[in-house]
Design a protein around this ligand. Structure first.
Ligand SMILES: Nc1ncnc2c1ncn2[C@@H]1O[C@H](COP(=O)(O)OP(=O)(O)O)[C@@H](O)[C@H]1O
Ligand SMILES: O=P(O)(O)OC[C@H]1O[C@](O)(COP(=O)(O)O)[C@@H](O)[C@@H]1O
Length: 315
């Protein structure tokens, strides 16, 4: 069982247009809505592969009801914590060449009691879980230390904990030493405070974090795949997708595949390959649709324990 906590979930609306022109009226060729928020996407990706998962999330307002309906339709088990504000709606504008412009709302203001209720619900479900994972931005009112507190409390219960976030909440969580983190290239650079143009720079930054006590650092690198670093291993995996459709939620699918692999007994390199496969499959799908078992077929993943560290990264 993998328990996800999404303090700031969303309804994701994807709008398809030919080209984005600032300040002009666009007639969209179509659109879709999906349940959203990073932990929600991790749970959706797991549920789509029939893996056990529960998503813990705040629910409020009409968008909250819609989110619950969408999760029910997708067969995603969820634990809704009622809040007085309204779940946000995030918009992705998708152009035919794969260019994605995202507009993310801040989310509802949570009261201290609502934040406590979210943590309590997550800890209740953590018992017996293989992993608890805290994902995404924090809504207004949630303390910067929310993920750091989650890490400490989950670890006390003997359960492994992962975090995927950004900015100050991510830095605070990293200081609390979760078992696993999954920054993307930009988030890792932000965390260590300097640019990481080559794979060797990413490896060095990840090594520093491992030396500080994080067991697994998995860095997603967009079209360059992902690099996983532990105290004993450096592994790179990559899948080539010739015409990516939408990268929204790809990192969440990658994290879901990685955690699923680890909790199913795969070695870290094999689990990384599973993660990269799920992430690559996600970019072949519209909006933030998550891959079905069929979508994973026929995508070859190259994995190596001796990556070319001189590789310059595109992302
Ligand atoms: N253009 C692409 N081609 C192939 N795979 C991709 C592409 N973009 C993303 N991926 C896959 O999705 C994963 C997550 O992508 P990334 O953009 O790094 O995450 P995030 O969504 O967190 O920013 C990558 O590790 C890779 O497996
Ligand atoms: O919590 P944040 O950082 O605002 O991100 C939330 C958004 O990110 C997503 O989880 C997608 O993730 P990506 O950043 O990987 O595209 C959406 O479902 C959601 O709208």
């Amino acid at each position: 069982m993998i328990v996800t906590l999404t303090p700031n979930p969303s309804i994701d609306r994807a709008v398809f247009i030919d080209a984005l022109h600032r300040g002009e009226v666009h007639r969209a060729g179509g659109g879709r809505i999906d349940p959203g928020g990073k932990g929600v996407n991790v749970s959706r990706a797991l549920a789509a592969q029939s893996a056990a998962t529960t998503a813990v999330l705040p629910i409020g307002g009409p968008e909250g009801h819609l989110l619950e309906e969408l999760l029910d339709d997708a067969g995603v088990d969820h634990c809704s914590v009622p809040v007085s504000g309204t779940v946000r709606m995030n918009i992705s504008v998708l152009e035919p060449d794969g260019t994605t412009t995202k507009l993310n709302e801040p989310g509802p203001e949570l009261s201290p009691a609502e934040v406590d209720a979210l943590l309590t619900a997550t800890l209740e479900r953590a018992a017996g879980a293989a992993w608890v994972v805290g994902c995404g931005s924090l809504p207004p009112g949630a303390p910067t230390e929310l993920y750091a507190v989650l890490v400490a409390r989950v670890r006390e219960r003997g359960v492994r904990v992962a975090v995927d976030s950004s900015g100050a909440p991510f830095a605070a969580a990293v200081a609390a030493r979760p078992s696993l983190i999954k920054p993307n290239h930009e988030e890792l650079a932000e965390l260590v405070g300097h640019a990481l143009p080559r794979l060797s720079d990413v490896r060095a930054a990840a090594h520093e974090l491992v030396a500080d006590g994080i067991e697994i650092v998995a860095v997603s690198l967009g079209g360059d795949g992902a690099l996983l670093v532990t105290a004993d291993e450096v592994v790179h995996a990559r899948a080539t997708i010739s015409a990516p459709l939408s990268t929204v939620g790809a990192g969440d699918c990658m994290l879901a595949g990685l955690l699923h692999g680890l909790s199913s007994g795969q070695s870290a390199p094999d689990a990384l390959s599973t993660g990269v496969l799920w992430g690559a499959a996600a970019v072949t799908l519209p909006g933030s649709r998550v891959p079905s078992p069929d979508d994973l077929r026929g995508i070859p993943v190259e994995m190596t324990r001796t990556p070319d560290l001189t590789r310059t990264l595109a992302t």
